[in-house]
Design a binder for this molecule. Sequence first.
Ligand SMILES: O=C(O)CCC(=O)C(=O)O
Ligand SMILES: [Fe+2]
Length: 226
Amino acid sequence: MALFAKKPGGASAARKLVGETVSRRFDANPAIKRAKTDAAQVYYHADFLSPTACNALIRLIDANRRPSSLLVDTSGPNFRTSDSCDMDRWSPVVRPIDESIAALLGIDPAHGETMQGQRYAPGQQFRAHHDFFHEGETYWEAMMASGGQRTWTAMVYLNNVEEGGATWFPQAGIRVAPKRGLLLAWNNMNPDGSPNQRTLHEGMPVVKGTKYIVTKWFREGSWLKQ
Ligand SMILES: O=C(O)CCC(=O)C(=O)O
Ligand SMILES: [Fe+2]
């Protein structure tokens, strides 16, 4: 299929195009700021979600959360210690939010994976990782069949956290403290459409308070089955 890059981890015209169209759209939006780094395309939108929308999502996360999981289980027991939940994209609370995130990026909502809610209590974290798929891993074939590589990630912080819980990109030199309603989005690919290693990031441990976020991962192809 021409949509997907042929060389694992190599350049890709399709992924390059997604990077360009989304970043051009963000650059033209006065509510969106680009982070000052050349390592990756990272953008912020303050107050993207209203307090009411944030609270509605927090209620859903609290009602449905379970221990978070990982695609590969080789990272050790403390790698991702949060709780997660899949947000039902067709529910009347989730759907307009889900679609507004896709519209902000200008990506077809069908390319978005199920929105994931995450809750971190004090001490909980998500250690340094990439959101893109490592194309040599055993899971890659299944990912190819469900829309292919992840291009952009969009995350929204649903509450303020008393202490800790920042999202840290050590190689890009960016650290974002949780702030209710703030949307953070980044391109997991380089400008040529190859996976950008410098998007390595972690959800730092919460020290005081509880951190709630939602994460949207967008695929290069359709994640929803037609
Ligand atoms: O909790 C965070 O700040 C980061 C979450 C994250 O990296 C993810 O959900 O992929
Ligand atoms: Fe991540």
